[in-house]
Write a protein that binds this ligand. Structure first.
Ligand SMILES: Cc1cc2nc3c(=O)[nH]c(=O)nc-3n(C[C@H](O)[C@H](O)[C@H](O)COP(=O)(O)OP(=O)(O)OC[C@H]3O[C@@H](n4cnc5c(N)ncnc54)[C@H](O)[C@@H]3O)c2cc1C
Length: 593
């Protein structure tokens, strides 16, 4: 199934949900105009459709191949990667001092969706490189920046993120890789890292590893972790003491090499410190925050791709009505109400997740570019609050929508030839890497909700209420129960938020931890529903103003469907958060038997 880049939907969401026009009016984006944003999205969409999408199937079937310490990428990957970086796409969000175009995170997030929808295994490589560029630009010495940034920004070299070790996954305090200071100011790195994405490949002639390790006198736990830059090829052209020991056989993203990396077979790989000693985790988090939004966007991408495929199949496949439902003869399955429900669910969930991710991207831009300290601080809190929601809610939706996509295909969905199964297999990892979704839910509840004494969360809830207020004034029948359902979801979120804050302040942190995942889902449902409602309000206003675009009534229908069929789950989630957390007292008893 070919991929059609949803440029119109992305652009509409940027403008009417994520506040692109306002950001431009506020002078955040220099001389960027909505027309220019649209033109860039169009070009990116064309590249994604024509050049990247054809790699998806061959990448899945061929996979990345490991032999004698080398990784060979599937046919076509090298050529397309070169064309992609030469066209300047890698440099789009990069710092202008090093050859980047310095374009907003909001615009880049739209492009990231399209690269990933076209082929997630291809797009994962630049996703990590962009994170590496940010970490280096923010924390690296001038010397390191001068040596590495330009080539990373252009895409001539790529970057990796090396956190995970066999005993240290979610718990980075258990990390053991060591860094010994050498006489010349560099460090000798020894240890093993696992699951390192694009740790080895043949797309470029150098790979820049960003590696977390401990100094000999480092304090235990996460306070004793430092960040090092370890290039595959040293500045003098010799190979560094780092090698790939193998690639994993995985459920999905077969073309993305997931490598075991061995540092220091011959006395230690040469590394340079990035940022201060023992402050490595903070530096790495610069990289990870960016990557988290992008991983959430991978969820949107997979959901979009699966939806397009399911829609096309449902228009072609013919079956008669179910026994007892009346009527004879075959009709396209898209005409059956249960299939329509599946397809609408796919569309609506995809749109909700896209809204959450683009809102988060705009908050990240404002946190960096707003003119006053107060505005930057507020935006930073908003971005911090929304990032775990964007990551976990959207990647969960990627999996759920891809799974519904398999269902729409019936038996063919289970057959690899149809392609629906690949989307489900590929989507699954986004809920696991960059911190599992469970860890993000805990981050949301324990670190983000308490920001400014809970004011950041309350401000976000107030913004959702403002959308609901505008909906109430909307008289059009086409909106159905959108306004009351959105209000109900927001009130559920408000009460669950108060419960969480009280549990954290009081003596029941386990109650907050136990309810973290349903709380994040509730947050995502309310935020996603508000995003769809904003898009629907803008679409309706355009229609009433004489704009005959058929997408406008469809946007209203989608917001309504989401409110009446999906967001109605919000009170149940509130109940789970508040009353359901009581299970933690009895869990040891029940699980022991
Ligand atoms: C394909 C792939 C690519 C990857 N790419 C990279 C990469 O480029 N660089 C890199 O460094 N790593 C990478 N990873 C590693 C990935 O980030 C980790 O797998 C992930 O963070 C989870 O760690 P873990 O596998 O050790 O699971 P564990 O930490 O063992 O978690 C197992 C389960 O326990 C839960 N859990 C753990 N601790 C807690 C807790 N305190 N409270 C509640 N629940 C908890 C988790 O949510 C999870 O459900 C990749 C992994 C894969 C599979």
């Amino acid at each position: 199934m070919t991929y059609r880049a949803p440029v119109a939907d992305i652009f509409f969401t940027m403008r009417h949900v994520a506040g692109l026009d306002q950001a431009i009016a506020d002078g955040l984006y220099g001389d960027l105009t909505p027309d220019l944003v649209h033109a860039i999205l169009e070009e990116a969409g064309k590249f994604a459709e024509e050049q990247i999408a054809p790699l998806n199937r061959v990448g899945d079937q061929h996979g990345a191949v490991f032999r004698d310490g080398m990784v060979t990428m599937p046919p076509g990957f090298r050529e397309v990667y070169q064309a992609w970086s030469e066209a300047g796409w890698n440099a789009l969000p990069g710092p202008t001092d090093y050859g980047g175009q310095g374009l907003p995170t909001l615009l880049n997030t739209g492009c990231v969706e399209m690269w990933n929808a076209a082929c997630m295994a291809f797009a994962l490589n630049p996703l990590l490189t962009i994170g590496g560029i940010e970490a280096l630009n923010e924390h690296g010495s001038e010397d390191l920046k001068a040596r590495y940034l330009e080539k990373l920004v252009s895409g001539e070299w790529t970057a990796t993120m090396n956190l995970t070790e066999p005993q240290a996954g979610s718990d980075l305090a258990a990390l053991r890789t060591r860094a010994e200071p050498a006489d010349d100011g560099t460090y000798r790195i020894t240890g093993q890292k696992i699951y390192i994405t694009y740790g080895e490949h043949d797309l470029t002639n150098n790979i820049i590893h960003l590696v977390l390790a401990r100094l000999p006198d480092a304090p235990p736990g996460t306070r004793g972790i430092s960040l090092f830059l370890v290039p595959k090829v040293l500045p003098d052209g010799t190979l560094n003491d780092v090698r790939c020991n193998g690639v994993e056989h995985k459920l999905g993203i077969h073309a993305s090499p997931t490598c075991t990396m061995i540092y220091g077979d011959h006395g230690g790989a040469t590394g340079w410190l990035v940022g201060e000693e023992n402050r490595g985790l903070a530096c790495m988090f610069t990289m990870m925050n960016n990557a988290r939004l992008n991983v959430g966007t991978q969820g949107v991408a997979m959901a979009e791709r699966a939806t397009q495929q399911a829609l096309a199949y449902a228009r072609e496949r013919r079956q008669g009505r179910a026994p007892g439902a009346g009527g004879e003869g075959g009709s396209p399955i898209i005409e059956h109400p249960d299939v329509q429900r599946m397809l609408m669910t796919m569309r609506a969930m995809t749109g909700a997740a896209r809204g959450v991710c683009l809102l988060t991207a705009e908050a990240i831009d404002r946190a960096r570019l707003s003119s006053t300290d107060a505005e930057r601080r507020r935006a930073h809190e908003r971005a911090s609050l929304l990032t775990p929601v964007a990551k976990a809610f959207s990647s969960d939706i990627g999996v759920e929508v891809a799974s519904i996509g398999v269902q729409v295909h019936g038996g063919m969905g289970f057959i690899e030839e149809a392609g629906a199964a690949q989307h489900l297999r590929d989507a699954r990892i986004a809920a696991i890497y960059e911190g599992t979704n469970g860890i993000h839910a805990i981050d949301l509840v324990t670190r983000k909700l308490p920001l400014s004494g809970g004011d950041a969360a309350r401000a976000q809830i107030a913004a959702m209420r403002a959308v609901a207020q505008r909906l109430v004034k909307e008289q059009d029948d086409a909106f159905g129960q959108t306004a009351p359902r959105l209000r109900t979801a927001i009130e559920s979120l408000d009460r669950a938020t108060s419960f969480m804050l009280a549990a954290l302040k009081g003596n029941t942190p386990d109650a907050a931890l136990a309810g973290a995942t349903p709380y994040l889902r509730l947050f995502g449902l309310a935020q996603g529903g508000a995003a769809l409602a904003e898009a629907a309000l803008a679409a309706d206003a355009a229609r009433r103003g004489g704009d005959g675009d058929p997408a406008h009534p469809a946007r209203v229908a989608l917001a309504r469907f989401f409110a009446e069929n999906i967001m109605v789950g919000a009170p149940g989630l509130e109940e789970t958060v508040i009353a359901g957390s009581g299970f933690v007292q009895d869990a040891p008893l029940a699980l022991a038997s």
